[in-house]
Design a protein around this ligand. Structure first.
Ligand SMILES: [Zn+2]
Length: 313
């Protein structure tokens, strides 16, 4: 099988052709998840991702493939989508001896399961946090910190979290729900939450004008100085604002955002999880895409003795 990058990750074998995470609408494409840099119409994807596509691109057009079901794509038989633990509906792709992780997380999340290692010959791996210094704390620890901080600040006033509208926002809503809180959210986040609840994920949230000492989840844009929307309303009531992103483990966001705290809640695997995942999949070769693709290959070859190269050269 020949694997290269051509407006997506292209797999070619005996006249068969398949595109993973294509950059354009494609009948032979597989979309791994519903983040905007991955969504294109007409491709194969999980039913969850297809519903997310409908809300985010305004037209629900694509071919739904439930997790674990074998389908024929571009002539390749037995193509399977497997939970990736990145966001709701996210999938890794299995094609013969090839495993493509897409964006993935072995620590998973409350609303998206987790990625499990799979035996394979070729592993195509996303390496957003592929540099050795990109080590992330455990999700349990981050959640514990968020809970403690929230409990403390709620004694003083409203508490608002800024998180990306799809994936991260629903994770923090689930965490707040587990603390007995029903956060306010803007319409943009509510529309996406609706898809989760339609699929049976228990998320409690509300829209409208907040009252008293409320909690809320907003998009990161609302935290940009000066704070806006629900974040500004919380500030007026002496409330507290926090930002959630994996990058919070490495960079401060206090200069550009009106925040009191930041927490490294990530939906990607950190460096340690990436290396452990490769070790457990035990492939013959590793191809890397995104982020620190080159740096991670050096670590794989040195520490695991497995041949590795970035796919885009
Ligand atoms: Zn993503």
């Amino acid at each position: 099988m020949n694997i290269c990058y051509e407006r997506g990750i292209m797999l070619v074998e005996n006249g068969k052709k398949l595109l993973l995470d294509p950059s354009h609408q494609s009948e032979i494409g597989i979309v791994t998840h519903g983040h905007l840099d991955h969504l294109v119409k007409d491709a194969y994807m999980t039913p969850h991702t297809l519903d997310i596509l409908g809300v985010r691109l305004g037209e629900r057009r694509g071919k739904p493939v439930p997790y674990g079901e074998a389908v024929n794509v571009g002539g390749f038989e037995g193509v399977k989508l497997i939970p990736a633990g990145h966001v709701f509906g996210s999938a890794m792709v299995r094609v013969n001896g090839v495993l493509y992780t897409g964006d993935f997380n072995t620590m998973g999340g409350k609303t998206c399961g987790r990625a499990e290692p799979q035996d394979c010959e070729t592993l195509i791996l996303e390496t957003t946090y592929g540099k050795r210094e990109y080590r992330l704390p455990s999700k349990d620890m981050v959640e514990k910190d968020i809970r403690t901080w929230t409990e403390m600040q709620m004694e003083e006033g409203p508490v608002v979290f800024g998180a990306y509208e799809f994936g991260k926002a629903q994770e923090i809503i689930a965490i707040l729900n587990s603390m007995g809180q029903t956060p306010y959210v803007p319409e943009k986040i509510a529309n996406i939450c609706q898809i989760y609840t339609d699929h049976g994920v228990d998320l409690r949230y509300r829209t409208g004008e907040p009252e008293g000492d409320f909690t809320a989840v907003v998009t990161p844009a609302a935290l940009k100085k000066p704070a806006s929307g629900l974040a500004a309303e919380a500030r007026d009531e002496n409330g507290y604002l926090a930002y959630l992103s994996g990058w919070c483990a490495f960079y401060p966001f206090f200069r550009t955002m009106d925040i009191d705290a930041q927490f490294p809640l990530s939906d990607h695997a950190g460096f340690d999880e990436l290396l452990d995942f490769v070790h457990k999949c035990d492939p013959e070769q590793v191809l890397t895409v995104h982020g620190s693709a080159k740096e991670f290959c050096v670590s794989v070859e040195k520490e695991l003795g497995i041949e590795a190269r970035p796919l885009k050269g």
